[in-house]
Unconditional design. Structure first.
Length: 181
């Protein structure tokens, strides 16, 4: 049985103790359902209980799947793994991406993770640098506003194992530190 720190936040947000959630999951035979079906049931159950309904449905389904040992933290419904690295910067949102793009194009460790040319797109809420990674993975670097400055968020999905995700996360942590250095 895997437990996560998210249990306490689910209990706080919903006002329902984890044992009561487990009884509810049992009542819908959740252990026999796929992730999507569990999350769909949760959309109904959580309605009126929380703001950001979709996020809480996903988080609660993920936590349940961790709890029963179906998945481990970082594992996606398809069995692959996803990592995330986030840091605040002193850069504005556009400046962050304008600085990241040439950095990534010249950093050997970042280049070793890429399998294609990146694409940049954005809105006033975020700017995204996307690229196909090696081994059929997907890499996204997001510049998100945080007041007058921006945060850099690196997400890398489709990784084959928890070990590969941990190794890749170390590479991204190092790359982000070099970038901000």
């Amino acid at each position: 049985m895997t437990t996560t720190s998210r249990i306490e936040s689910i209990e706080r947000a919903t006002g329902r103790a984890w044992p009561d959630w487990l009884a509810w999951f049992d009542s819908i035979s959740a252990a026999e359902l796929d992730h999507h079906t569990i999350a769909t049931h949760l959309l109904t159950e959580l309605d009126g209980m929380v703001d950001n309904l979709g996020w809480w449905a996903q988080a609660t389904a993920n936590t349940y799947e961790h709890h029963i040992g179906r998945r481990v933290p970082g594992q996606q419904p398809d069995g692959t793994f996803r990592l995330s690295v986030s840091r605040a910067t002193k850069l504005g949102m556009q400046q962050l991406i304008d600085t990241w793009t040439p950095f990534a194009a010249n950093d050997p460790e970042v280049l070793a993770l890429l399998a294609a040319e990146p694409r940049v797109s954005g809105t006033e809420k975020r700017i995204t640098w996307r690229v196909k990674g090696t081994h059929d993975t997907a890499i996204t670097v997001i510049s998100e506003p945080k007041g007058d400055i921006a945060s850099i968020v690196v997400q890398h999905g489709g990784l084959a194992s928890a070990e590969v995700a941990a190794e890749t996360k170390a590479i991204w942590l190092s790359a982000v530190e070099r970038f901000l250095g």
